[in-house]
Write a new protein. Structure first.
Length: 147
């Protein structure tokens, strides 16, 4: 008799949940990558802004309006940087939460898979025992006929 795992539908559900958790974690990693790229862009812009200020100072005469515009732009960039850092921190917390959820979903799948293997092994042992009994019965009949 072929082995049929009674909990196969539950195992399939748990595998689907695990796949969803993997997809959610991948989305969180992608969000972190996007925010990190934005943070790098802002940091590079801050460096460029500082270079423009230094170059203007080396030329001698500096327009006050130009310096004020550089300062305003720097303040804007610093605000963007802070916002990106806060966003990145929140995403990293979400990544950790999703990673833990994925680990839990994976554990649930492994528990059911292990149970399946145990039940299959038990089924095979029981089948072997039934076959052995049948063979003993046949051997007993053959002996009785031979006597």
């Amino acid at each position: 008799m072929k082995f049929k795992y009674r909990l196969a539908p539950l195992l399939k559900i748990r595998e689907n949940v695990r796949a969803e958790k993997q997809a959610e974690l991948a989305k969180a990693y992608e969000a972190a990558r996007i925010v990190e790229a934005e943070l790098q862009r802002v940091q590079a812009e801050l460096v460029r802004n500082g270079e423009l200020g230094r170059q203007a100072a080396q030329k001698g005469r500096i327009s006050v309006d130009y310096l004020l515009s550089l300062r305003r732009h720097e303040a804007f960039l610093l605000a963007q940087q802070n916002q990106a850092q806060e966003q990145l921190q929140q995403i990293q917390q979400e990544i950790e939460r999703r990673r833990i959820a994925l680990m839990e979903a994976d554990r649930e799948v492994k528990v059911l898979e292990k149970l399946k293997e145990k039940m299959k092994t038990k089924h095979l042992q029981e089948e072997a025992l039934v076959e052995l009994k049948q063979m003993d019965e046949i051997a007993g009949r053959v002996r009785k006929k031979a006597d």
